[in-house]
Design a protein around this ligand. Structure first.
Ligand code: HEM
Length: 160
């Protein structure tokens, strides 16, 4: 899928294409800090969006942790949207900007299933420098104001 010709609309997002792998750190005011292994992939099929797939695991025993999947949609010059689903019962719709190789997204809607943890807002920043993809995720959840939950630096392991 990642070898398909670019749709012109996805060219500004081409810096994300490929597979990225590394370790991240997590925290939140209500929980103990933790580390995780992570692999993400951005790919495309010639349509005007990118597929996004992520999986994480416990770096000590390899046991799977959080995962998520969705679509990154370039919508206008410098504007991008992301729709995401998570097995924890949370869905996110975010909108924001792409500038050079940096994306900043803010949730316009967070949906939670009847049994999911309460999350009311999410901010995601993703940037690529050389062969390193870095991101940070902040969230307002379980009664807390917007605070950092995740950050990671991933290295490119497979190109587009
Ligand atoms: C790399 C991806 C992620 C990893 C490895 C991860 C890991 C964790 C861990 C280990 C905890 C503490 C134990 C637990 O409650 O399960 C936690 C809590 C939580 N996470 Fe994440 N998480 C990730 C992404 C997300 C995302 C994308 C959201 C929401 C949009 C989210 C929302 C929450 C919430 C609401 C809690 C509960 C906090 C509390 O109950 O005090 N997480 N996460």
């Amino acid at each position: 899928m990642i070898d398909a010709a670019h749709h012109p609309a996805v060219e500004p997002l081409a810096f994300l294409l490929g597979r990225w792998r590394g370790e991240g750190k997590g925290e939140y005011p209500t929980i103990e800090p933790f580390v995780y292994g992570e692999e993400i992939e951005f790919s495309h099929n010639g349509r005007p969006f990118l597929f996004y797939v992520q999986k994480t695991w416990n770096p000590v025993d390899g046991y799977p942790m959080h995962s998520e999947t969705g679509y990154l949609r370039p919508v206008a010059e410098g504007r991008v949207e992301l729709v995401l689903a998570q097995p924890s019962g949370i869905t996110e719709i975010l909108a924001g900007t792409v500038s050079g190789s940096r994306i900043e997204l803010t949730s316009t809607l967070v949906g939670v299933s009847p049994t999911a943890k309460q999350v009311s807002a999410v901010k995601r920043m993703i940037s690529v420098t050389g062969t390193t993809l870095s991101y940070q995720l902040d969230m307002a959840a379980v009664g807390q104001d917007l605070s950092i939950h995740l950050h990671a630096d991933l290295e490119k392991v497979l190109g587009p």
